[in-house]
Write a protein of this length. Structure first.
Ligand code: PLP
Length: 379
């Protein structure tokens, strides 16, 4: 493993976090129980969503979202190709077809509402918006479009824990918001996820589907709140466990502060990179308080991105690409549409390091490395 001077992402686990996890292991109750309930209540209060259910990862959250949207064989759901493959896979798990629509522009790598509208057919049942990098993109327009066309809006909010638009949390704009707490996410716990909804019936079904379609939980029976159960739906085991829920509650307390620190670093990146002629993606938007999950730049057309990234690696700076377009992967390639902006962004974007405790010295090292790579490499 290269010794990165500046890794792409990093997480600090505090003594407080460790104490909460240790105390959970000592309690003797490890599978879903009181700490999960506490985390769900805190997350619901935090986001303003009436219902929140913690799950084992963000992909499970998306799968449940697609299930409660009623997606199935013969249905289509419109999704960006500029996302992690899990967004499209979750649609496909239900037997429905993921229909890819292009992004808004080279600096705005989220679903274009205009392109989504053009992709609607009589089989379209849902739109899955992805809050790329924690940005709301055209979410508000998509919500109106979905309402006007009788479609279900789902939100892949994996990047957006703590993002707000006009004070309203991302993840609350559609029927279901799905979050990820994977180790590189803003609320990192290793593996974990959450579904939130304002709809009572949807909430009841999400709860059932998370745990085998069973009407009671082991924890309910342990407390004497139930003695048996029925199975009323074909569900899954998508439960989280208590140590991760305990860690998540602790980390949630720090999320706004950490996102604000990311925001300051994001602004400082822009200040320093723009004089170098670097195009920064994800512009600020009115009313948006972003979680600043990612900081992405877009290289000039024809630039040698591999050489650029190799030059940064040489200086100890880790970079990544979010994302290789999903419609370019073999399992989605059949009949994939042309998505010129997605393809161009996918070929030219580079994600630079960003994490809450990144120092200004580390950030200067990244900026210097970018400047050097641009002037020396053939980019
Ligand atoms: C946009 C997006 N959707 C879905 C996921 C899936 O989440 P998880 O890795 O927790 O299953 C991720 C993260 O990995 C993601 O970045």
């Amino acid at each position: 493993m290269p010794a990165w001077k500046v890794p792409l992402a990093d997480v600090i686990v505090t003594d407080d976090d460790l104490a909460a996890v240790t105390e959970t292991y000592r309690s003797g109750w490890l599978s879903m129980g009181p700490r999960t309930e506490e985390f769900e209540q805190r997350f619901a209060a935090y986001t303003g969503a009436p219902h929140a259910f913690a799950v084992t990862n963000g992909t499970a959250a998306l799968h449940l979202a697609c299930m409660v949207a009623g997606l199935g064989p013969g249905d289509e759901a419109i999704v960006p190709s500029m996302t992690f493959v899990a967004s499209a896979n979750a649609i496909r798990y239900t037997g429905a077809t993921a229909v890819f629509a292009d992004v808004a522009s080279l600096r705005e790598p989220w679903l274009s509402a205009e392109r989504v509208e053009a992709a609607i057919t009589p089989r379209t049942k849902a739109i899955m918006a992805v809050d790329y990098g924690g940005h709301s993109g055209e979410l508000a327009v998509l919500a109106d479009l979905a309402r006007d066309r009788g479609l279900v809006l789902l939100e892949d909010a994996a990047h957006a824990a703590g993002s707000r638009l006009g004070g309203r949390h991302l993840g609350t704009f559609g029927l279901v918001g799905a979050f990820s707490f994977f180790s590189n996410k803003n609320l990192a716990i290793g593996e974990g996820g959450m579904v939130i909804t304002a709809d009572d019936e949807t909430a009841a079904r999400l709860k059932l589907l998370r745990s085998h379609g069973m009407t009671t939980l082991t924890w309910d029976r342990h407390r004497g709140h139930a003695s048996g159960y029925d199975v009323v739906d074909l569900g899954f085991n998508y439960r989280i466990d208590e140590p991760r829920a305990a860690l998540a509650s602790r980390r949630l307390e720090r999320l706004d502060g950490e996102n604000a620190a990311r925001g300051r670093l994001d602004a400082r990146y822009r200040e320093r990179l723009q004089p170098l002629g670097v195009t920064c993606a994800l512009p600020a938007a009115e009313g948006l308080e972003s979680a600043h999950h990612l900081f992405a730049i877009v290289l000039d057309e024809g630039a040698d991105r591999d050489a650029f990234r190799a030059a940064l690696t040489e200086r100890g700076v880790q970079t990544s690409v979010h994302y290789p377009p999903v419609h370019g992967f073999s399992i989605y390639a059949d009949g994939a549409p042309e998505l010129p902006l997605t393809e161009s962004y996918g070929a030219r974007a580079v994600t630079l390091p960003l994490f809450a405790h990144m120092t200004e010295q580390q950030q200067d090292l990244v900026v210097d490395a970018v400047g050097a790579a641009l002037s020396t490499a053939a980019v």
